[in-house]
Structures are given as C-alpha cells and as structure tokens.
Design a protein around this ligand. Sequence first.
Ligand code: 26V
Length: 792
Amino acid sequence: MTPNLLQADVLRHLTFTQGKDAPHASLQDWRLALSHAIRDRIVVPWFAATRRTWADDRKRVCYLSMEYLIGRVLEDAMINLGLYDVAVEAMAGLGLDLRALIDDEPDAALGNGGLGRLAACFMESMATLGCPAYGYGIRYENGLFRQHFEHGRQVETAEDWLAHVDPWEFTRPESAYTVGFKGQVEIRDGREVWFPEETVTAEAHDTPVVGWQGKWANTLRLWAAKGTADFDLARFNRGDYAAAAEPETLARTLSRVLYPDDTTHQGKELRLKQEFFLTSAALQDILRRYLANHGDLGALPAHVAIQMNDTHPAIAGPELIRLLSDVHGLPFDRALEIARGCLGFTNHTLLPEALEKWTMSTFGTILPRHLQIVERIDSWHRRNWPGRPHYLGILKHGEVRMGELAFIMSHKVNGVSALHSQLVKTTLFPELDAMHPGRIVNQTNGVTPRRWLRMANRPLAGLITRTLGEGWEADLDRLRGLEPHVEDAGFRADFAAAKHENKVALANWIGRETGLALDPHAIFDVQIKRIHEYKRQLLNILQTVAHWHAIRANPEAGWVPRVKIFGGKAAPGYAVAKEIIRLINDVAEVLNADPVTNGLLRVIYPPNYNVTMAERLIPAADLSEQISTAGKEASGTGNMKFMMNGAVTIGTLDGANVEILHEVGAGNFFLFGLTADEVARRREDPEHARKAIQASQPLLDVLQMIAEGRFSPAEPERYHGLVHRVWHHDYFLVASDFAAYHAMQAEVDRAYADPARWWKMAALNTARSGFFSSDRTIRGYMDEIWQTTSAL
Ligand code: 26V
C-alpha cells in the first residue's frame, strides 16, 4: 500500500460513497472517505478468516455482552494494518492533517466502564490471536451519556454517536430474527409451545474487528430492534398517523439506550427485555450457522463456546434449552447437558447491589416459558445434588437469581483476578463451589497493548522498538528485555523524555480545554474510573486537601509540585457519587485560585471522561491511583494500562493490584491500607471511623474545613451530610485508610525527588507489565474454558 494508492481510494470513496466533490467536502466527509478506504483493507482478511473457519469447521467463540466500550476505530485500525504512516502522507498530499481526521471520530461508547472496555480489548485480542469469534451485543442508538459540570455539579446529556453514519458497520437486513415477549405457553402434540404476545425483529449490524498486522479479523455483531408488525395501514388511512407508528416506536426502544447505572440493579422490565433481545437473537444466529453444515445438535459444544459477560446474558441457559427442546425437539435433560457444554460465565463484581435478581412475577410475565424452564433447571439441580442446602436455589423468596442460574448452567465460571476468583469461591458461591469443585477458575484480566501502548503512547512505543526491535506488541513478555536497561542512565533519560513529551501534550490539551496552565515537571497523579464510593475518590480528594493545608502551613518546605487529575462519570441516580464530584470541583476551584499553593498543587477534573480521554491521560501519568477498599474492586484494568505506560501505582491490595505488585516487586509500588480480611474485621468495630479520625490530626482538620464551608462559602452547610457520613457510616473505610495513604503520598514525593530512583521504578513498571496483555488472558480462556485453538 503506497500513499498514492490510499489517496486514490479515499478520493474514490469521497466521490462515490459520500457523493461529495473534493472542494466542498467537510472534515467529516474526508474522515468517512478515509474510514471506508481503511475498512476496504479489513474486508480482505475478514473474508479470508471467515472462509478458513468454515473450511476447517473450526470451533467458534461467541462472546455475549450487553456492553462494548470501543472508543474510536480509525486510528486503531490503521495501526493494526500498518497503514498509519502511509495515511499521514496520503492525507497530507490532499492538504489534510491525519490527526484532525482521527479527532473528528466520535467514541463508540456502548458501555459503562470496566466490563465493557474489557469486552472491546478481548475482541481485539481474539482477532490478533486468530481465535475464530463473534462478539454479540446491542447497537444502542444512545451510548453512555455525556457529562458536563454546572457550578461543579454533573449534568447529563444524551449521547448520539449514530447521528452521523458509522462508517465501520455493515447493515445486514437479511440476517434478522424474531424475538418474542409475554404471551402464554400451550401444549401442542405433547410439547410446550410459547405463543408470545409481542414480537420484535433483531437486525444484524456487523463491524469487522481486525487484529495486529491484519492477519485475522472477527465480527462484532450488534442487534438493532425493529418492529415486526407490518405498518398499520388501516389506522394510517383512518388518519391515526401516530398510532400507526406505535408498534415500531415501541420495538425500537429496546435498542435505544444503554443503562447507565453499573452498580444498582433496579429490576426494570425494559432491561430484562434488552437482555433477552440480545441473547435470543445471538442464540438463534448461532444455531442457524451451526445447522447450515451440521445435523447433530448433540455435537454443538464441540463447535461453539458461548461466554456470558456477567449475568446480563444469563437467560442464555434457559433460552438455549428452549430452542433445543421446544423448537428442535430434544429431550429436556439432553438439551440442558448440551447447553451446559457450551456455556461459560464470567463474574465481574461482588457488590451485592449489582447482582441481578428478577421478581418471579416480572420474569414470568415477560418470559413465561423461561420461568417454567428455570423451575425445571432448579429441580434438576436439586435432584442431582440432593445435599444442596435448602436456602440455596435459583428461585428463592419469589425471585429468580441470575448468578445462581448462570453458575448452574455453565461448565466453567470465572473471576477476573486471582483475589477476586478466590472471593467468588469463598463469599459468593461457597456451597455451589463445594458441589461443583473445579468449576470456578481464574482468568486475570488484561488490556490490549496495541491500543493502550503502541497507539496511545508513541514516544514510549518508539523507545521500546528502538531498544528491543520490532514485534513486541504481539509478544508483550518481551518487555522484560527492558529490565537490564533500567540501570543505564541514558535509557532512563530517554524513558523520562518520552513521559515528558506526553505530559507536555496533555498540559497543552488541558490548557486549551480549561484555560489552566500545568507544570509538566510536577507529578501527574491520575485517578480515572467511574465514580463509586468503593473506588474512594473521596479518600483522594480528602488527602489533597490535607496536602494543601500542609503546604499553606509551610510554603517554603521544598514541596514536590503535584497535579491531581480526576476523571469519571457518576450514575445519574447515584446521589452520593454526585456529591463527591461536586466536592472535587469545589476543592479544585479554591485550590487552583490560591496564589500561595497553586504553583505546587493543582486539581484538574476534565468533564466527560471516555476512552479517548483515557488515551490522552494514561501515557502522561506518573502516579496511578488504585485505592479501592480491599475486596471491592474485582480486578481493575485501568491499573494495568497505567503500569504498561510507566506510571507507578499507589494502591491497596485489591483486585489485580495484588498481581501487579507481585510482577513489579514491592520496591516499585506504593502499597498502603487494610487488606480484605482486615477490612472485614475492622467493620466489626462500630467506632472504627471515629477512632481513625481522632487519631489523625490532618484528617480532623480536613473534615473540619469541609464542614465549615471552606470549599462552599456560598453554602457552608453543603457538605454536612458528607462529613457526617465519614464520621458515622464510613462503610468503605476512608477514615481507617487515610493516615496510611497520606503517609504513602509523602513517600511518593520523596521517590519523585530522586530521579534515578523514580525513573528506574517507572521503567520497571513497563518492563514487567507483559503479563497484563489481554492476549495472555484470551489464551487462558481458550485453553481452560473454550477448548479452542488459534487458526493462525
Ligand atoms: C451491572 C449492572 C446492573 C444492572 C444495570 C446495568 C449494569 C451494568 C453493568 C453492571 C456490572 C458492572 C460490573 C463491572 O463493570 N465490573 C468491573 O469489571 C471489570 C472487568 O472485569 C473489572 O476490571 C472491574 O474491577 C469491575 O468493577
């Protein structure tokens, strides 16, 4: 591919796909033309991969996920195809700046946070490894809401990424399935038959996902909901235009919005319908494809592995049984065994409020046949494991528990970090684990180094290639080869220079966005993730205030300058999280305006954190904040991205932090805080918060300042509720971990003040991050859960 050839392709698409004449083309027209030209290059390996999979009759992975947090596609595709430099030249020849075109693309934000972003990394790794796979999801018209701040408060507005065409998708009106809801079950010829009362059509939209160097491509198949009933012409002719369109409008609500609350399960009917919509369409598609060249449904598990991303698609168990028995005529027990042979279940959270349960009445109204099947699964399980304690069961207290259902219907269940998988065994499913030893396994999360290092951090990627040679992107353990170089002052200077370049770029961006000037020599200290009490952004901001107070008391004490950067959204209905956002913004306003300290401490909170913002912030970070209450963060994946990019972690022994610490070594990680066991014991003391506060003068002072209205002078009582909660209901142990965190932050300053020490730590973080490639994770799933091999 030469720049001239790419240029010709772009002009052809501009003319014949966009229907635009070059002199009148907008930036967006050019971006779409370039995207189509790049997409053409993906189609070639995509077809080849599909043909190979069919020809070799290979086992396929079907990943079922309600969320895919993809971000932008263009730059990633160009990097994986090795066309980035060609594109720079091609577009420059047309008088265009490639960067501007890349920045014109909206993020595909079809996810809330970690779970959705993991699905996106997995899709890329499966393509890189040549693991034949389909990702199934929903093509939400409105992805995760946009966030802005008004007087420090979060305000949400609708996201509309599809307002302009998505150049990456292929619409497949010919691949459509009917999905039913409600209605009744009747016996016909001795078999149960479900007669749904409502039906919608699921229409496929395919996006090819290309792996590193374009050797393989898989399909991300997203379903859009459409009406099935023909347009009501009689009503229309009577002049009742709105009513005539009603069934269509109702159907479309199914793929209209992504639920933005990733902690609180609310038992909403529409959510259950969305989950069934995704799952049923996917399973019908899987069976259609399988039956196209196989007759024996008994061999299904040898040909398809179906992975449930959390319990959201857990209706897959009963639905697969229904399709196999009601539709294809297999006996119930046989259908159940086949389904279990195909299905795997990944758990992503232990938070009780996130565990899905549906009242039997909601469940039975929407999915009457599935409720019967769930009852049969439950009694089948009780029959075969007669020792099952009476308090266990999928159906309990008038509810359908999706965790138990997913567990029982899967041949493997996995957690997402070593600690989390252990806690899944001991706290979430102890009895089921005892009945089914070996079913629970661990697959520690990972992230794709193509996007999160090669693409997002060109200065560091360049240094790595100069040091190790080409090809480390698909063999991340090779980063270990950097280790001997950390003793070399020249290498450390190069490493520091790469970081500095990223920090300058970030400072420029923040300057443009907020008008605030940042000192790139300061420690860039970053906490970016959803705002949740358990993630403890509150601990961070309280410590920031303590630090400010200390600087003010002694401004000449030789402080190390620091920039505190926050990013993240709160669920629209999560009042406490929103209060924390407001506090961060209020503190930022006071601190950034303080002439005594603002050369030494700044607080920055750019609104609307998303994948693209993460790609700017992570490469520029010196310090990665991973400070959740131990036992609460299932894994974390941002923590891995920071490590790869040479940031040092300040963190608790939680989630994958435990493994990061193990890989990088205690000397290269700022560990603090209670362990998961200590947290549980500490909570038994009802006075834990009061005791911790009274033992720490800095914390007492901070809470005092906030309670007095230092950061909300127009409304001094604004944070009384918040301060009261820290004193009296500190469930996430902010107070108990404060002193250790504050002390460890001082240790960070000491380390940073010694460049030889700091840059050695930073470089070792990159060098030892190979384990956290999602390629390693996917190999684990392939070997231990899916029983598949690479087609490459
Ligand atoms: C729950 C719900 C409840 C119902 C409404 C919509 C909704 C959407 C998502 C969720 C579950 C979120 C769980 C989650 O994102 N867990 C995160 O998974 C990451 C990938 O494994 C992991 O790194 C994070 O630690 C974990 O919090």
